[in-house]
Design a protein around this ligand. Sequence first.
Ligand SMILES: Cc1ncc(COP(=O)(O)O)c(C=O)c1O
Length: 290
Amino acid sequence: MRLHKIPAQKLADGNYGITASQVRQAMAEDRKNGLKPCAVQLNYGSTNTCGYDDLNSFRGFSEQEKVWLHVDAAYAGPALILPEYRERSLLMQEIATSFNFNGSKWFLCGVDSAFLFIKDRQLLKRVFAADGDYMARSDAEQIYNPEFKDWSIPLGRRFRALRIWMVLSYFGRQGLQEFLRISIDQADAARKKIDASGLLKQIVKTDLGLVCFRLASDDLNKNDLFIKRIEDLSDSGQKFLIYPSVIEGQKFLRLALGGIHTETKDVDLFLDLCLKAAQDVENGLVQKES
Ligand SMILES: Cc1ncc(COP(=O)(O)O)c(C=O)c1O
């Protein structure tokens, strides 16, 4: 079993992802090397920049290439419950053999919980069904009475259903949709503020709750100073969780909106701090430590 990683490239949507032609090329190379491609894993909402692989280009892909096409939507998947993203969820249903999202990232269910959606559950059962006289009979299985032991390698599993049921019944569909929209609206407001500032700029285009930005100046040293200043502010008691990331050699900050207690004033406070730090860097008030 081999994993063939395909580097993401900047796509027309202004973020990073891979395209079907890249995957076809990689599969052709693998076949030349005597390998048999069996599964492709795509990303809807990458960890670093919330980039989407070019899902449109994968229409008909799994049927034509006879491969399992899984889409990892661990973070971004919950957005598919929004009616305004109906087209995206229809596309997901069309192209994916399976896709997943995490309950812990942006769906209020806490760790560890994840949702796996599969086009045809028989595909799992054909591989994983476990039989034995000592096991409960699974003949009567129906969609509302699934034998999960037949769907994956482990026979037993932790019980998380009640926690998930509580979240779904407490918030309801509408409540969850509202929660997601608040994060997206906060992120949109942050994006606007960054774009209008002249001091900061978005490093990729994002459209959900993640905002990726850096100093607007092309001077990478200044950008490093800016990021260091924000890290120092965080260490000195502002209590922001800062793990700057890097793409194509450029450091950037990831503002991840999705906490149920995050309010617009929190976002404003953080951005004001960033703008002040950016201004200080531009005014030469922040120096590199010797
Ligand atoms: C796109 C994506 N997939 C998978 C994961 C990991 O999920 P898990 O903790 O369920 O392995 C993450 C982030 O942690 C992620 O952003």
